[in-house]
Design a protein around this ligand. Sequence first.
Ligand code: BGC
Length: 463
Amino acid sequence: MVLPALALVAGCAKPITFDAGAIAANRMLAGAPPGFLLGAATSAYQIEGGNHNDWSEWEKGRYPDGTPHVLDGTSATRAADSWNFWRADLSALQLLGANVYRLGIEWSRLEPTEGAWDQAAAARYRQMFAALRAAGITPIVTLYHFTLPTWVAARGGWDWDGAPAALAAFAGRAGSAFGDLVDWWCTINEPNVLVAKGYLAGQWPPGARDPHRAAMALAALMRAHGLMTGALRENDRTDADGDGRATRIGIAQNLRIFDPYSASPVDGIVAGAADDFYNQAFLDAVTLGRVRVVLPGVIDIDQPFPPLAGSLDYLGVNYYTRDLVVGHLGGPNIYTPASAPDRPRNDLGWEIYPEGLYRMLLRYAHRGWPLLVTENGVADGRGVLRSDFLRAHLYAVDRARAEGVEVIGYLYWSLIDNFEWSHGYRGHFGLYAIDFEDPTLTRRPTAAVATFQEAARNLGTLH
Ligand code: BGC
């Protein structure tokens, strides 16, 4: 582990404040090159409906005090029913002027029991990918976005030492089944969030609060990503878009700014340690070709794992917010997040901090991977924050690009309102709103659609 205080100084550059006039004056994406990827993202479980996996089981449960695991007591049984309404999602993308769509395939749907392969489900995914391509929209396919088939969960999920190989076998199979239609793959979505929520906070399956298990799970996810990359490169040899490369493989890493709340050394050290475990550990593993997870006093894993080296063709950046860290030296939580004065917050209470995207893009520039913003969005059920949010975050992208950072694309999260994990249907991130009480689940454009279209026009993907 890098010394926490050093990581803070080297990695997180000083807080800055954007000038509102500069954001308003910026012609979003006007300077981006023609091949720039502009679109939106979703995940399979959050939109498809009809899935049965560790999450659908978790949704039925309650905490010992009686609170349901999903705060509003809902489930993803139907979600946005994109399994049936996928053509409506495609129309929504076309209206935006998107040239790329990041969507997931659901492992439990394709491989409901070990070694099985649901041909009908695979055929439906092929239909979606082919329709996207026909519309000039490149699919970026996520293979693992938080949900495990029940047969994997029954063996212990990420505690099972066979889990990395099982996910890699699935990746290989997906590579052969869809490789002629798909070049862009995202192996794992946010290994750090999965570990934080499922193994530290106990809010997602398997509901653990155990730093040792968390560290072991993170190590298993590192191995899985390395093996998945090998399996994809071996099984997807078809260059679908004719650019000379059959695969472009990345992960989507949640990057969160941890700024110390005060000048107190405790805030600084704790912010650095949080940054190190959350933002940095997985990327160090990939850079060094080593499974390396160090939590002082808890675990020290450091083993060579050659499949990790060179396993990223791009780094997917999922950026949402910053935490102002009030550090604690004892007690169950290492820090409590403080509120930044004068900063708007989204419906889930997260600070809106576009400068953080710029800081992260600068921080991860020149590491050998082009950067693709694979998620960035705001929970805004009233539709009053999203346009400004989008404009400010595209300004962050433009400014980083102007300073020489290789940012190859920007995907807004999410295309449509969806099932927001333990918040149920309370987090409205969609560019298109959905009333989940309405049986038609109509996708209704929010005000931010016009802002997105303005960027697409500047880029030249919408006329
Ligand atoms: C996840 C999404 C989630 C979004 C908003 C990201 O961390 O990848 O699944 O919906 O954040 O919370």
